[in-house]
Design a protein around this ligand. Structure first.
Ligand SMILES: Cc1cc2nc3c(=O)[nH]c(=O)nc-3n(C[C@H](O)[C@H](O)[C@H](O)COP(=O)(O)O)c2cc1C
Length: 204
């Protein structure tokens, strides 16, 4: 996979192992997004990638909502103000809804949000493969998403919002956001994978 020179230069915070594919460490969540025309087949591939995510009982509890013609501003208005300030420049804004009950027996699906996370990551990685960036957003007006987009509260939980676009110059962002516009570091591997007795760290 190829990354542009500015993206390469920007990644000094990140320290993947040599054996880890760059697809994972090069994905990040810029706020400097640019509205670029995304060809329909590329757009479809983002949601198709999400479709192939694993899920509990293969229930595929995710539903991705995106604007119809003339609805971008409606979707934008359903983000909190902080997210609106940068997501207004994105090519796409959407919401991920989690179906709360199993189709198979009507029981509560306690893994629906977990599965939506897997589907979201597939979308984000597929976006990376097309040179696009996907940015998740918890800062959304959940009640209004239900109300304005007709998402029944009894059936769905709004898991997250997201924006997709091309990378733009950080200088166009408000100064506080521009200063944070860099791929973030991660905890060391040893802090997140506890083998054997290392799990004793959990109690400390
Ligand atoms: C569930 C979720 C919610 C998030 N909510 C927001 C948000 O409301 N606003 C925002 O600017 N970034 C949001 N982010 C982006 C995270 O801050 C970002 O993923 C994290 O700092 C790791 O950085 P990276 O994605 O660039 O690797 C969210 C990400 C996720 C996965």
């Amino acid at each position: 996979m190829k990354f542009s020179a500015d993206v390469e230069a920007n990644h000094e915070n990140r320290d993947p192992l040599a054996a880890t594919d760059a697809l994972f460490s090069r994905r990040w969540s810029p706020r400097s997004l640019r509205n670029t025309e995304i060809p329909q087949e590329i757009l479809d591939s983002l949601f198709d990638a999400a479709r192939w995510a694993p899920s509990c009982h293969n229930e595929q509890p995710w539903v991705f909502l995106t604007p119809g013609d003339g609805e971008f501003d409606l979707f934008l208005s359903l983000l909190n103000e902080g997210n609106q300030s940068w997501a207004k420049n994105a090519a796409l804004i959407g919401f991920i809804c989690a179906r709360k009950h199993f189709a198979r027996n009507g029981g509560e699906n306690r893994h629906a949000l977990f599965d939506c996370g897997a589907a979201w990551m597939s979308l984000a990685l597929q976006a990376s493969l097309h040179g696009l960036y996907a940015h998740g957003m918890a800062g959304i007006k959940r009640g209004q998403v239900h109300e304005k987009l007709g998402v029944p509260e009894g059936k769905f939980e709004v898991a997250c919002g997201f924006a997709v676009g091309a990378l733009d110059q950080p200088g166009k962002l408000p100064a506080d956001l521009a200063a944070r516009e860099k791929p973030s570091p991660r905890k060391p591997l040893a802090a997140v994978h506890l083998r054997g007795n290392a799990r004793g760290a959990l109690a400390r």
